[in-house]
Write a protein that binds this ligand. Structure first.
Ligand code: 0PR
Length: 381
């Protein structure tokens, strides 16, 4: 049997041959990476755990709570409540679902029609648009300034009695820009409005900037926050987190699973069955590898981002925005425009957004990968 499975694995590898691998060092267009070997070991050890059933996996459920408590403290609110979910998309939907139902209860409305809205930066991730679609809400998109940060004055102008929530992004997908969450928080408080922060990418990066802007629960207006361990924290997929200033903010999305074998039937997420192994791996990273490890990891990502920026600029790329986080959006010089496809054929994966090239410098990207990329770009330059 052992030989047989080895053979089958080789066969599966051949079926997967067209996949790229983060280990190759050629992937610069992804917010995911590979987990460290010790993290993989923890993940594999606990592969059977289903964090969707707290009756059978009571210990796993406790670890999920510990992850939320650790993150609450990390994001300046030790009493935050929430859940681990499948990723940033689900976390955004859950956060806005809670905001919508909270609004409905508060205003005592039997139903909401599509005139109710969420105000978002035009740079929002697709999952915010999905949330609006699923929740039957209107998406009001606000322009961004030259640094790709939302125009907060326009956000304020757009608020009405039909505004369910404002969304701010702390580390947007294409430019890595951080909206002025401090201003958005004041606007939200003044207008008695829910502020949801999408820090799926930035949550584990912003705290390690030299002068980090405030973006989390330290700001009173922030009611919900998304941060994804399966991005910069290096957890295995799937693991995103949705946190609420207080767990009570999510009480209007509770659904019960009455056929469960015990008392714990309450559910506040979209998915039911979910990977306990990913949550336990996140707990391992937060609690045992620790924040100093993360700090070192992000320091290296930021240094490599600065190095890549400098090398790209030497080649005539124009890097846009403040380029604070480990994402670079760059306009290629004319002689490079068509080269992305060539690079693609050679196995390099660089993001594309209109005419822009998008480079994500994950913490697993090493200096030699950047040198290799630059030398390929220099060929036939
Ligand atoms: N919010 C922000 C700001 C994001 O950038 C993303 C993901 C999400 C939410 C949603 O997160 P999940 O993908 O966990 O649901 N942004 C990446 C992107 O769209 C997701 C990704 C990751 C795509 C790796 C491709 C890839 O290889 O680029």
């Amino acid at each position: 049997m052992r030989e047989k499975i080895d053979e089958i694995i080789e066969f599966l590898k051949s079926e997967l041959a067209e996949d790229c691998s983060y280990y190759s060092g050629k992937v610069f267009g992804s917010m995911s990476s590979y987990p460290d070997d010790d993290v993989v070991r923890v993940f594999a050890e606990f592969i059977e755990k289903n964090a969707g059933d707290a009756n059978i996996f009571a210990g796993t459920a406790k670890i999920e709570n510990k992850v939320i408590n650790l993150l609450g403290t990390f994001f300046n609110n030790p009493t935050a409540g929430g859940n681990c979910v499948s990723g940033g998309s689900e976390a955004n939907v859950v956060g806005l679902w809670a905001a919508r139902n909270f609004f409905k209860e508060k205003k005592n409305l039997p139903f909401l029609n599509e005139e109710y809205k969420i105000i978002v930066p035009e740079t929002r991730h697709t999952s915010i648009a999905k949330a609006a679609d699923l929740l039957n809400l209107k998406l009001v998109e606000v322009p961004v300034n030259n640094d790709f940060e939302v125009e907060t004055k326009i956000v304020e102008e757009k608020i009405s009695e039909k505004t369910i929530a404002i969304v701010g992004i702390a580390g947007n997908t294409v430019y890595g820009a951080i909206d002025n969450i401090e201003d958005l928080s004041i606007i939200a408080l003044n207008n008695n409005c829910w502020l949801h922060v999408d820090a799926a990418f930035g949550g584990f990066a912003i705290p390690f900037l030299k002068n980090p802007p405030k973006f989390d629960f330290i700001l009173e207006g922030v009611k919900s926050l998304v941060a994804d361990p399966h991005k910069n924290l290096g957890s295995p997929i799937p693991n995103g987190c949705i946190l609420f200033r207080d767990l009570d903010y999510s009480k209007h999305i509770i659904h019960h699973l009455p056929y469960f074998s015990g008392k714990k039937t309450e559910n506040r997420t979209i998915i039911g069955t979910k990977s306990g192994a990913a949550i336990i791996a996140t707990y391992y990273i937060l609690n045992f590898k620790g924040i100093d490890w993360l700090k070192k990891r992000m320091k290296s990502a930021f240094e490599n981002k600065d190095y890549l920026k400098q090398r790209l600029e030497e080649l005539g790329f124009e890097v846009l925005g403040k380029a604070q986080l480990n994402v670079l959006a760059a306009k290629p010089p004319d002689n490079m425009r068509k080269r992305r496809n060539e690079l693609f054929k050679k196995g390099w994966r660089i993001g594309k957004y209109g005419d822009l090239w998008r480079f994500v410098v994950m913490p697993t990207i090493r200096r030699e990968y950047i040198n290799e990329l630059i030398s390929v770009l220099e060929e036939n330059c």
